[in-house]
Design a protein around this ligand. Structure first.
Ligand code: MN
Length: 723
């Protein structure tokens, strides 16, 4: 065979040129041979457009060469992809003429095409073979995408029914599939083309609106990018910057999901900065520049440079507040990242190949793809395997089956507990175990697409706090939290009930703040925890209440006791001197500070009660005297040598045998001080004692306090007085 038609010669040259331009190695002889073979094999067929059929495989080969450039074998396979299905030539011939590799790729493509032709999908085994054949060689998928792309680009020539069917299939299966393989550009084009045929009206309206806003958009983009460009130049970065309207289908989807008209979708375009640099750090420098120019929106920052997506997509996405307060999305990436984003697996491999020609990388890709498919095709008997294959292409979601075969969508990382709550909150609340594909598994097992999950429930089972740690859905998290809170509330309430019964029985009364004080004293974080502890029997309420009662009593008696000895002391000394002399003026002692002889005192003239004697340090007095200094009268204790007054001390410390003797000794051995009373209580290893004694003045008392403080085991010594 040889080409003699000038039109065909031109086509062949064009293809070879594209290959030379985009591929590392080009076997021109093989490509030319495939071109001739294609021409010959399809010579009797026409496309729906009326063109000779061979234009289709030819265009597909051009797409492979230009848009998904991987290698010459893929180009050859593209030229031959429809030969086996549509002509009398079989795989054997292809294998003989073009090699086993090409034959296998064509076989794979033929099988994929076959699947979608018949609507009836009954033999799972075939799908499995098909999937595995794709997995054997990633180039099968690239050819298939190129094929679908060309068919979509020329879809106007087929009848409307077929248009819809093909468009639907493309949108549901091929577009997500392309995304999975990192073929960003292919994905967008497939989506927009499908959208055009599935919802022509919406498509055309959005297209028209975008067009009508073109001038406005372009001037805005210019305004936005100028300051960034200046800075990028200053930093001597090489870049390409552009603002492209987003794809129609993505705008449409936003309108639908946000339920907003076109006019209210703000992110109609994205600014893309593509750096001509091998250094990823330049992305961050550029990010810094952008953020310096425009305020970033915190929640909308994504760093796929440090953490690439599973399809190897790398880019920085940031949304900033641009001129006029408009939010603008900016994508920052290097040239290489951009190519990988647009061309996916092909670009990825090409970059690797140029550097190291590593077979290993190709292997990694293949393993990764095999992984996707093997997980999707576990169950041979399942009729809806296509469904699971199709759905497994979404990255952030998994699809699992109920025992009845219903499909449930869950986020990646979901566990049987998430599944249980997805079915019904009751199932979640009483979930005790799970079977995945017939095997009992722990509840924190991560589910995979295609898993069949059966939940085992028990009436007596309740959610476990630990579930929170491994569940993935908000639904289950909220349900578990709700249950835990309710459970806690029940416990608190039953604790409250026990408490109220008890204090009623003991005829005690507690205000809210009393309870708060008590729980703080008992080292509880809150009264809730205190009540919980009561309900859980972790606290001996009788003990606590008895202690509280006693403490109360003690506090009361301490006040009383002090009042008593203050009275005695004052009586002993014989009243106060007002203005330096003893007079018949009516006076009394203030209850707020309860002065005793020896305290520096001052009088305050009241209406009806004569002079109130306060300690000079009394807070109450300070407050009163601020306003009415004139009502203050100097008063003193009479100075009579030899007269004594009673003072009280509270001593606390570590209990030890003989502590009482030591304290007594320390007091009496100082200037023959007399003790009026001494009383020591021990509690565990601690003691608390009160001593009343006769002193001449405050100096005398201070000396005694100093002596007591020096005793081993004594921690504190305080003057005994009312609060
Ligand atoms: Mn085709």
């Amino acid at each position: 065979m040889s080409i003699n038609n000038p039109k065909h010669i031109k086509m062949s040259d064009e293809l070879l040129d594209a290959c030379r331009q985009h591929l590392a190695n080009v076997n021109e002889e093989l490509i030319t041979k495939a071109f001739e073979f294609c021409l010959e094999a399809h010579k009797n067929d026409l496309r729906a457009s009326g063109e000779p059929y061979f234009t289709h495989p030819y265009e597909v080969a051009l797409i492979v060469a230009k848009e998904l450039p991987l290698d010459d074998v893929t180009v050859v396979s593209a030229l031959l992809h429809d030969v086996v299905e549509d002509t009398e030539f079989n795989l054997e011939i292809l294998s003989k003429e073009f090699g086993k590799e090409v034959a296998e790729i064509v076989d794979g493509v033929t099988k994929i095409s076959g699947i979608f032709k018949g609507q009836e999908i009954t033999q799972a085994e075939n799908y499995r073979k098909l999937l595995l054949s794709m997995v054997k060689d990633v180039r099968v998928i690239l050819v298939k995408f190129a094929d679908r792309l060309h068919n979509m680009r020329t879809l106007q020539f087929v009848n409307p029914d077929k248009q819809r069917r093909i468009a639907q299939e493309t949108l549901e299966i091929y577009a997500p599939f392309a995304n999975r393989f990192g073929l960003g550009r292919v994905k967008w084009e497939l989506e927009d083309l499908s959208f055009k045929y599935l919802n022509k009206e919406a498509y055309e309206e959005i297209a028209r609106k975008i067009k009508s806003k073109r001038r406005e958009r372009e001037s805005y983009i210019k305004k936005f990018t100028v300051p960034i460009i200046d800075k990028l130049d200053e930093y001597k970065l090489k870049y390409e910057i552009n603002g492209r309207p987003k794809h129609l289908y993505s705008i449409y989807r936003k309108m639908v999901t946000r339920n907003k008209p076109f006019e209210e979708i703000y992110d109609l375009f994205a600014i893309r900065i593509i750096l001509d640099s091998e250094n990823n750090n330049d992305c961050y420098t550029t990010l810094g520049i952008v953020n310096q120019m425009y305020l970033p929106v915190p929640d909308r920052f994504k760093d796929y440079v440090s953490i690439p997506k599973t399809n190897n997509y790398q880019s920085i996405h940031t949304t900033v507040v641009g001129p006029e307060g408009r939010l603008v999305e900016v994508q920052i990436r290097t040239k290489k990242m951009h190519e990988v984003a647009e061309k996916g697996v092909a670009a990825h491999w090409r970059y690797k190949e140029n550097k190291t020609a590593s077979e290993k990388d190709m292997e990694n890709w293949v393993n990764w793809i095999r992984d996707i498919f093997e997980n999707a095709s576990k169950d041979e008997a399942r009729k809806d395997i296509l469904e699971s294959f199709k759905l497994n292409l979404y990255q952030d979601e998994i699809y699992v089956f109920t025992p009845k075969g219903d499909l449930r969508r869950l986020p990646v990382g979901s566990t049987p507990v998430d599944f249980a709550f997805e079915i019904h909150s009751k199932v979640g609340y009483h979930c005790i175990g799970a079977k995945v594909n017939g095997k009992i598994v722990p509840l924190d097992t991560k589910l995979h697409s295609g898993d069949q999950v059966e939940i085992i429930t028990s009436k007596n089972q309740h959610p476990n706090k630990n579930w929170i740690k491994f569940v993935a859905t908000h639904k289950s998290k909220n349900a578990i939290k709700k249950w835990i809170n309710k459970e806690e509330e029940d416990v608190v309430n039953s604790g409250k009930e026990i408490w109220e019964k008890k204090i009623k029985k003991l005829k005690l009364s507690f205000t809210t703040s009393d309870i708060a004080k008590l729980s703080t004293n008992l080292k509880y974080e809150s009264p809730r925890n205190f009540f919980k502890s009561i309900a859980q029997n972790k606290i001996n309420l009788d003990e606590v209440l008895t202690a509280t009662k006693e403490k109360e009593k003690k506090e009361k008696s301490a006040v009383l006791e002090f009042g008593n000895f203050a009275e005695i002391a004052r009586d002993d000394i014989g009243g106060v001197l007002v203005d330096g002399k003893k007079s018949g003026i009516l006076y009394s002692y203030a209850k707020c500070c309860n002065p005793i002889p020896g305290d520096p005192v001052i009088g305050y003239i009241t209406v009806g009660e004569g002079i109130k004697i306060h300690r000079k340090t009394c807070n109450n007095l300070l407050k009163i005297s601020e306003k009415e200094v004139s009502k203050l009268v100097p008063v003193q204790w009479p100075e009579s040598a030899g007269s004594l007054f009673v003072a009280g001390l509270r001593v606390m410390g570590e209990d030890s045998p003989g502590i009482l003797t030591e304290i007594s000794h320390a007091i009496v051995s100082y200037q023959n001080t007399n003790i009026k009373s001494i009383n020591i209580n021990t509690n565990d290893s601690m003691f608390e004692g009160s001593v009343t004694l006769y002193v001449q003045n405050l100096d005398h008392l201070s000396s005694i306090i100093d002596r007591l403080k020096k005793l081993k085991g004594v921690y504190t010594v305080e003057r005994f007085e009312s609060a």
